[in-house]
Design a protein around this ligand. Structure first.
Ligand code: ADP
Ligand code: MG
Length: 246
């Protein structure tokens, strides 16, 4: 579904991502670990086509189509969705009104998801205005559910969220990514960014990657990589990456 080849990305002449290669098949969900400032958010913003990020080299294919020159709204129409790490607050716009505009689902389905996320009392509030960390994440998940993209990127859905809500968010992401189906029957794919990996206690992923200083330094079994991170932190990843580099 998503194929990234030799991608290099710059912000204001500073190279942030170097030679990124990433293949995510239909039905697969990958997780991207990395220390602060490694370039994780840069990668998913570049996949979505945020013009702040300049592609200096490389290609991005979505379902076989080269999307590198497409604006964000065309990529969104093709079925690429994002749940932001820190989305803006939109004063003057009620969450319910936004959902009515962006939703491709029956309103009854939206109402069921609102109940599932315990979000009834936020529907008449302005989008993200005064929302807590966990409330912002649930608001993002609800908007993603309404838009029904085929490829969903979640930027740190577990950061700033209490344990109960991490479980709720993890279970909901599992459902959004068709994780309750066999891999060959799934239609959705995902890329989940997590710094500490809490969300993985509540959801399944197929493959993990570690991003260090803008380079994918390691890929493999998610549990194995997470256990290494829990036991040794990112220090070991950075040391391993430095060793590979020289
Ligand atoms: P992560 O999500 O892994 O924490 P980011 O992708 O947000 O990292 O940032 C990667 C690097 O790019 C950081 O060093 C950050 O300071 C830098 N960066 C992000 N935005 C800008 C900008 N507008 N101007 C200059 N540097 C930026
Ligand atoms: Mg980030």
């Amino acid at each position: 579904m998503l194929r990234i080849e030799n991608l290099c990305v710059k912000i204001r002449d500073k190279e942030i991502l170097t030679d990124i290669n990433l293949h995510i098949e239909k039905g697969e969900t990958h997780v991207l670990f990395g220390p602060n400032g490694a370039g994780k958010s840069t990668l998913i913003n570049t996949i979505l086509g945020n013009p702040k990020y300049e592609v200096a080299n490389g290609s991005i294919y979505f379902n076989g189509k080269d999307i590198i020159d497409m604006p964000m709204y065309e990529r969104a129409k093709l079925g690429i969705g994002i749940s932001y790490q820190s989305p803006p607050a939109i004063s003057g716009v009620k969450l319910k009104s936004l959902l009515k505009i962006i939703s491709k689902r029956d309103w009854e389905d939206i109402e069921n998801m609102v109940k599932h996320l315990n979000f009834e009392k936020f529907m008449d509030r302005e989008v993200n205005v005064g929302f807590s960390g966990g409330e912002v994440k649930r608001s993002e998940i609800l908007q993603i559910y309404a838009q029904t993209p085929d490829f969903i990127m979640f930027d740190e859905p577990d950061s700033g969220v209490d344990v109960e809500n991490v479980e709720l968010i993890g279970n909901t992401i599992n459902k959004l990514l068709d994780k309750d189906m066999k891999i060959c029957d799934r239609n959705k794919s995902g890329l989940i960014i997590t710094h500490m990996g809490h969300i993985l206690d509540f959801m399944d992923v197929d493959k993990a990657h570690v991003l260090c200083e803008g380079v994918i330094s390691c890929s493999g079994n998610p549990r194995e990589i997470l256990n290494n991170l829990i036991n040794h932190g990112y220090k070991r990843c950075i040391a391993c990456y430095q060793k590979k580099k020289h």
